[in-house]
Structure formats: C-alpha cells, structure tokens
Ligand binder design. Structure first.
Ligand code: ZN
Ligand code: ZN
Length: 180
C-alpha cells in the first residue's frame, strides 16, 4: 500500500550563515532545446517549467539506469517535438498510469505523461542540452534512495509519494525569486 506523507518544510538544524532560505535558481533564456542520445528526436521548450524534482523510487532508478529520475514539469503547449517516439505504459509510484515516451532508435527516455489527458507532461531533465541551471525543488521517494546519495538537509523531502506537489511548486517559485 502506498502511504502519502506531508512534505517536510524548511528546517534548519543549526544556524547556517550566508545560506539562503531556499536555493537560488537562475533560469536560462527560453526556448531551451533537448533531445535523445542519437539525435533522432529533438525538442524545444518555449517557456519555463512549473517545477523540477528528483524521484528516488526504484522505478526511476530502473528507468534511468542510475540513482534517481529528474522530472521537469512543463505545459504541453510549450513543448515542440520533432522526430518519432515510441511509448510504453506503466503504473507509477503514485499509482497512476503513465505513458513513457522514448526514442525508438537509441531508447533514450524523454517524456512521461499521465494517461488521463492533461495539460502538462514531464521531461526527463537530463535530456536537455543545457543542464547546468537545473536545481531540484525537492526529493521524493527518499525511502528508496541509494545510500550514497546525500540530500541537502535544507531540501524538501518526502519519504514516499507526496499527496500533491503544492509545496514543491511553491519552493520552485521561491527559488526563482532568489535568482531574479
Ligand atoms: Zn535517439
Ligand atoms: Zn520515480
């Protein structure tokens, strides 16, 4: 059974001087571009995303072949894709059905979309051409994170699946204001 838990809000175990209350996010100029490893699929993102977070669930570890997934939520209308995509469906850690899209040539996973029609989708953020500006607003499914991964103690975290993403998107807004 999945249990939802409240996102932990900002806490300071000890006074930390010179450290802002939330990280700074310096958004790049848009559009930003990205694509798969072989270049068959290319995309253009024309507006800033809603939020970026890291997911440490075992499914994201499996999918990425790495330690966690980086989900960048954007409006569908802001994403323009060229090339052909293949897809598969799976049940996410949230219990929702997700359509996963990838390049049929090289297999790079690019987009995750909830099967129910929505206005947003998530880009696997490592597929962007420029990744230097990415700072996750929080970390979810930390219960299954790999032992070596150190999450900053000021980070928003959730042990499993958060009930909603309100705290994450609020943190993302703060981070953008810090960088403005
Ligand atoms: Zn490819
Ligand atoms: Zn995940």
């Amino acid at each position: 059974m999945l249990t939802s838990c409240a996102l932990v809000s900002w806490q300071q175990a000890a006074p930390m001087t010179g450290i802002p209350s939330s990280p700074t996010l310096s958004l790049p100029a848009f559009p930003q571009t990205g694509g798969c490893q072989c270049g068959q699929v290319r995309y253009r993102l024309t507006a800033p995303p809603f939020v970026l977070y890291a997911c440490h669930c075992t499914s994201c570890q499996k999918q990425s072949g790495s330690a966690f997934g980086l989900s960048l939520w954007v409006r569908k209308n802001d994403l323009h894709v060229s090339g052909s995509l293949s897809s598969m469906q799976r049940i996410a850690g949230s219990g929702k059905r997700v359509t996963c899209e990838f390049c049929p040539e090289c297999g790079t996973r690019l987009f995750h979309t909830r099967a129910r029609p929505g206005q947003t989708l998530n880009i696997r953020a490592g597929s962007l051409d420029e990744t230097g500006w990415l700072v996750p607003a929080g970390h979810i499914w930390t219960r299954s994170k790999q032992g070596w991964v150190e999450i900053p103690r000021d980070a928003l975290t959730c042990e499993t699946q958060p009930e909603n993403y309100d705290a994450l998107t609020a943190r993302w807004q703060e981070m953008m204001q810090n960088g403005a």
